[in-house]
Design a protein around this ligand. Structure first.
Ligand code: SAM
Length: 448
């Protein structure tokens, strides 16, 4: 099977790679990089990504280190450029709702439209404007850019959930429902234990994912294949309330469970060590019933529900079925921007000598900045091959006194996208009987 860009990234971009394009700090767009031999769809440069920061022929995004900054190109837009000049809408990849862009093109869409309107009719070349970063896919970036088919679990929640349910390389997880695959990607990376030599059978860690909505199931299947996750994620099309969690009649032997379902309590009777009837009474006489749980490990569960009524019903069912250590958590994620602020009286120099020293320091840093900019233009790379900003390169070397850099301040930033839900956690201890005791005693003989 092909290597997964999420798990076995190469150092440079290549044709047919999935890339996440960063338009600004919080705006991402996925794109599959294509090589084209000639003009395509009116573009002399071949396949081109159009954004409000300019046009980027895929040829300029290929064979470069992941993380590179790419400047917009002057592209021959052919018929498209002429269309735009007639006042028609821009093509794909031109998000109109980017409010807090950090790109360096003030109102670039308006500027591009004005430039296009002013251009003579025969000139089919558009003005270059801003830049983008070409990032390699990670579960976090996938979550920020994936096509939403449902509500999704966001990074602040899934990072906490995965550590609470003890997801680590080799862990086998049940996940239902798969929805848009946000949690699926994060959990696949957490359990993958095929490093450093990837192969389909290398990973004992697996994600057994279930989805009963057929189009979503099919889309997930496609994404798992396209992202090279087939050896790790096994998706089933199933109503788990009705039909439980076995795989081809066999136990997946999981030790971790994540349920993002409208009624998680309706699935819990399938996640027991013994056959149970709903309502909790044990039916030990039932022949042929199989548990999807690993008999030799404690099992950790998390359910994700937006309403407290759902939590109450889930907790009641968990208690009835013998789960322990039940608790509930709500993640209230807040992001802070921490920086140095030169403004304000507390950072002002106390006398003329200090003021002069500060001025000299500012001048020196400005000169260093421009020097570093020139070096950056010559494409200095960091150890990973990514281009470093001049400021970043200089940050460790500056010898300016701390006071001249201003005081440290922090400000809350706009909220990270997060779908607030209540997380219910519980543990089902492994069963212990005479046989297990004897086996343990044989394995670890006490006092001998
Ligand atoms: N956790 C997912 C993510 O991060 O992208 C989102 C899950 S979405 C909120 C809930 C999904 O559960 C929906 O896609 C729905 O079709 C599926 N679902 C609901 N009831 C189900 C059932 N009984 N069996 C299997 N899937 C079910």
């Amino acid at each position: 099977s092909k290597p997964s860009p999420f798990l076995q990234p190469r150092s440079k971009t290549a044709p047919n790679d999935l890339a996440i394009i960063s338009l600004s700090k919080d705006h991402f767009q996925q794109v599959t990089l294509r090589q084209s031999a000639g003009a395509i769809d009116g573009y002399a440069e071949g396949i081109t990504l159009n954004t409000r920061f300019g046009s980027f022929p895929h040829s300029t995004l290929l064979d470069i280190p992941w993380g590179s900054q790419v400047r917009a190109s002057n592209v021959d837009t052919g018929s498209r450029g002429r269309k735009r000049r007639r006042g028609e809408a821009e093509g794909e990849g031109t998000p109109s709702s980017l409010a807090d862009d950090e790109n360096d093109s003030p109102a670039p869409a308006a500027a591009a439209a004005a430039a296009a309107a002013a251009a003579p009719v025969k000139q089919a070349t558009t003005a270059a404007s801003g830049f983008i970063y070409v990032l390699r896919p990670t579960p976090e970036l996938w979550t920020s850019s994936l096509p939403h088919r449902t509500q999704v679990v966001y990074t602040p929640d899934y990072s906490y959930i995965l550590q609470r349910i003890r997801a680590r390389p080799g862990t086998r997880i049940i996940e239902a429902g798969a929805g848009s695959g946000s949690f699926t990607h994060a959990s696949a990376r957490a359990v993958y234990d095929g490093y450093p030599a990837p192969s389909e059978s290398a990973s004992r860690g697996k994600v057994f994912s279930f989805e009963f909505h057929e189009p979503r199931y099919q889309k997930m299947q496609e994404e798992i294949r396209d992202h090279g996750l087939e050896g790790i994620v096994h998706i089933s099309h199933r109503d788990v309330y009705q039909d439980g969690f076995l795989i081809d009649g066999q136990s997946p032997k999981v030790s971790a469970i994540f349920l993002d379902l409208p009624a998680p309590w309706r699935a819990l009777h399938h996640l027991s060590r013994r056959k149970t009837l709903r309502g909790g009474s044990l039916d030990e006489g039932h022949e042929g019933w199989m548990s999807p749980l690993d008999p030799e490990q404690s099992v950790y569960i998390c359910t994700f529900s937006p309403c407290i009524e759902q939590v109450t019903r889930t907790v009641t069912e968990l208690r009835t079925l013998g789960w322990t250590d039940i608790d509930m958590v709500e993640i209230a994620h807040k992001r802070f921007n921490v920086m140095r602020d030169r403004a304000g009286p507390s950072t002002a120099p106390a006398n003329v000598a200090q003021a002069m020293e500060k001025l000299k320091g500012d001048l020196k840093r400005t000169q260093e900045f421009h020097k570093a900019q020139k070096a950056a233009a010559a494409n200095e790379m960091d150890v990973d091959g990514a281009t470093l900003s001049a400021e970043c390169r200089d940050s460790g070397r500056s010898e300016a006194p701390a006071w001249s850099k201003g005081q440290i301040v922090h400000r809350p930033e706009n909220e990270f996208k997060t779908h607030t839900s209540y997380l219910v956690f519980a543990i089902l201890p492994r069963e212990w009987d005479e046989a297990a005791e004897a086996a343990a005693a044989a394995k670890w003989p006490c006092g001998k």
